[in-house]
Design a protein around this ligand. Sequence first.
Ligand SMILES: *Cc1c(COP(=O)(O)O)cnc(C)c1O
Length: 394
Amino acid sequence: MRFDTELLHFDASPGDPCRPVSTPIYQTATFEQPGPEGGGAFDYSRSGNPTRAVLERQLARLERGARGLAFASGMAALANVARLLRAGDEIVAGRDLYGGTFRLLAGVLPAQGISVRWADTTDRDAVAAALGPRTRLVLVESPSNPRLEVSDLRALAAAAHDAGALLVADNSLLSPRLQRPLELGADLVVHSATKWLGGHADVTAGAVIAREPGIGERLAWFQNAEGNALGPFDSWLLLRGLKTLSLRVERQQRTARRLARRLAAHPAVTRVHWPGFPGSPARGLLRAQARGPGAVLSFETGSEEASLRIVRALRRFKVTVSFGSVGSTASLPCRMSHASVPPELRDPVRLPPDLVRLSAGIEDPRDLEADLARALGVSCATEPVEDLGDDGPP
Ligand SMILES: *Cc1c(COP(=O)(O)O)cnc(C)c1O
C-alpha cells in the first residue's frame, strides 16, 4: 500500500462485528471488567481508549514508527518527550522553534534541573560543538517555525547518536505526507496535530511517534501517569482529518508555491522564507529528505509598520496563530505565536519584528493571490491597488 492509500485503509474498529468504516467514538471514562481481577482489553480511558488506540496505531504507521501516542496538545507531546530526561541532563535545541517550545524549554525544564543549549541546527559544526556528555536529546524543527530553516536530519541523527543522545524531530510543518524523520534516523517525531494532521483548526492535539518500542513504552507510561492523553471525540476528529491529509497538503503546497513566487517578485518584500525556491541551498537539502516544502511561508518587509499594515489589510487570510488548516491564515510571529520567546533569547533567536507568516489554505489560489497583491499594494504606494470587486473596504 502506498501512503495515500494507507490514509484510508486501516482497521477502523478492531474486533467490531458491525465493521463501521468510521471509528466509533468510545465516549466512556471506564470499561466494565469481566471480574474483580480485571482482564478487559481496556479499563480506564486515561490509560487507554479504543478510539484513541486506533488513532495511535495509525499515527505510528504513517510516521513509520513502532509506537504512536496522542496527547491533548503539541505542547503536551513535547512535555511527554522531556520526561525521558532527569535533573542534570541537557537538551540541545534549535534557535528557530515554535514560541511555546521556547516557553517549555526555557521556562519549565530548567526548574526541573534540565538545561538547554541553543544551537543553529542548520550548521552541523554548531550542533557538534553544543553536544556534551550530559546531552540526552537534540530537538529540531525542520523546516522550522517561523523561518522555514531546513536542517540536515540524517547528519543531526548521526551527531546525536555519536554523543549518545536521541534526535527528536518536530514534524509539524510538513506532516508524514512530505517528510518521515524516523526513516532519516530520528528516534522520535513530535507533532502539533492541531496543524496539518487535524487540518481544520477544530481540534488541539499532539502526537509522539517512537521508532523503538522500548522508548514508546516508557513514554506511554508517562502518558498514563500524567493523564494528558487525547480524549475520544478529539481522537475521532483527528482520524477524520487524517484521511484527507494528502489532498490538503498537495493542494495547499501548490498554492503556497504561487504565493511565494508572487512575494519574491514584489518590491515591498525584502525577503521570503520558503525552502522551495530553485537554486537555494535549503531546497537541495529539502529534496534529499522531504517530498516538498509544505504550505507555510514567511516574509519580511524591512518595516514592522508595513508588515502590520499588510496583515491588517488581508481579508482572505484570517489573522490567527497556527497554520495547516484548510483556511488560509496570516500572523506576525513576534507579536503572536512567538511573543512568549523570553527577552534574553530574543537575540540568539533573532526573530525579525516585521516577519509575516502565511499558511496557504484550500481556497481558490487566485483569490488568495489577489488578496495578497492588494494588501501589499496598500503598504506600498507605488503598487496600484487592485479592485477585487468585493463589498466592503479593504
Ligand atoms: C503549534 C506548534 C507546537 C505546539 O502545538 P500545540 O498543539 O499548539 O500545543 C509545537 N511545535 C510546532 C512546530 C508548532 O507549530
